[in-house]
Design a protein around this ligand. Sequence first.
Ligand SMILES: C[S@@+](CC[C@H](N)C(=O)[O-])C[C@H]1O[C@@H](n2cnc3c(N)ncnc32)[C@H](O)[C@@H]1O
Length: 204
Amino acid sequence: MNDPQAAQRLCAPAAERNAAPILEVLRGALPAQGTVLEIASGTGQHAVHFASALPGLTWQPSDADARARASIAAWRAHTGLANLLEPLDLDVCREPWPIEAVDAIVCINMIHIAPWEAARALMKGAGVRIAEGGALVLYGPYRRGGAHTAPSNEAFDADLRARDPSWGVRDMEDVEALAQAQGFACEARVAMPANNFCLVFRKR
Ligand SMILES: C[S@@+](CC[C@H](N)C(=O)[O-])C[C@H]1O[C@@H](n2cnc3c(N)ncnc32)[C@H](O)[C@@H]1O
């Protein structure tokens, strides 16, 4: 059957692979009910996966990129999930964000593919929008103690920096320091497949 939106529904193989393990972390970190803001939703595959698996939550996807937002909207239309909202045009570096208070924020694979300023802006924006007890969950590759955790991450980091010198795999300690400065405590550092980590922060 002809599906005019099929071409807009982008697919990232990595998002297909990591959705299930990330969901397991989210099940332990997110509330049973409430609104979760996903920053940098990308294709929208994660938003569909998480909204479908966590029906008590209202999932608010967002991205700074118009093509990503079109893909998220196309996935939303395709799946018809009642708890998945239209994507917001949200660039973490551009205040004011188009959303005020939320119960939790999830950000997957953004802070290494953006200038360090984006990590700062993410933490600042999260700090004023999440109330005490709310979660901020980050996923991605990190260096620990100034060293890469795997040769593949080191190669990935070199590739990122060649593409844009302001990008790069971040130091977990630096990310945690940013979060702490905005009132978050680091609740868990969960080792994930393919040498990634989930960082779960809780607002104090
Ligand atoms: C590698 S993709 C990750 C997408 C998705 N979270 C995933 O894991 O499949 C990085 C995403 O970050 C978004 N992004 C980059 N800089 C951003 C910013 N300043 N604010 C919001 N989103 C941003 C990009 O548009 C892109 O969709």
